[in-house]
Design a protein. Structure first.
Length: 180
């Protein structure tokens, strides 16, 4: 089946419990409120249990730099849901917060990216795991490392080592903000 994904373990009825990592960001409007709302929506997802939420980080834009700074965080979960279901949930959360995709890498109310799901490696039309640019994004790696210091990004190595090799000067923890 082209473009369709099926977790093999789901066929046997024995879906494994896997760690799934989401990166959330916002640089339009009530940025903090959007992050809190998106986190609440992940928390309300049946079959998904939040095990860690990073601090909030203020970050300079990457790529299209002529836009407001972002607030970013990482949410670590455990789930038996198939990867595509998690992606569909992430997209539904973005839609609920009126995410508009006019310019690639452009400003957004909220961005919910599925970064990794256990040791899954997928390269499909709708979903690539791990996220194809996560290994080069300090705004993903810094909060992830905070929550899971020993985390490994499949195919790239330890998150700590990847982060150490990046310029993280535009990534600043906001100790005055805390998503619950």
């Amino acid at each position: 089946m082209t473009g369709a994904y099926l977790d093999v373990d789901t066929l046997s009825g024995m879906a494994p419990l896997r760690v799934a990592v989401f990166s959330l960001g916002s640089n339009l409007g009530e940025r903090f409120d959007y992050l809190q709302g998106a986190t609440n929506a992940l928390r309300a997802t049946p079959g998904l249990r939040i095990t860690g939420i990073s601090s909030v980080y203020e970050t300079t834009p990457v790529g299209l730099v002529d836009q407001p700074d972002f607030l970013n965080l990482v949410v670590v979960t455990e789930s038996t849901l198939p990867s595509m279901v998690m992606l569909e949930r992430a997209l539904a959360i973005e839609d609920a917060y009126s995410r508009v995709r006019l310019v690639p890498g452009g400003p957004r109310t909220v961005d919910v990216d599925l970064i990794a799901v256990g040791d899954r490696v997928l390269d499909g039309e709708s979903l690539t795991l791990p996220h194809p640019r996560a290994h080069e994004r300090a705004f993903v790696l810094a909060p992830w490392h905070e929550v899971e210091p020993e985390a490994v990004l499949v195919g790239h190595g330890r998150v700590a080592d990847l982060l150490a090799g990046l310029d993280a000067s535009g990534v600043h923890r906001r100790d005055d903000l805390r998503v619950e």
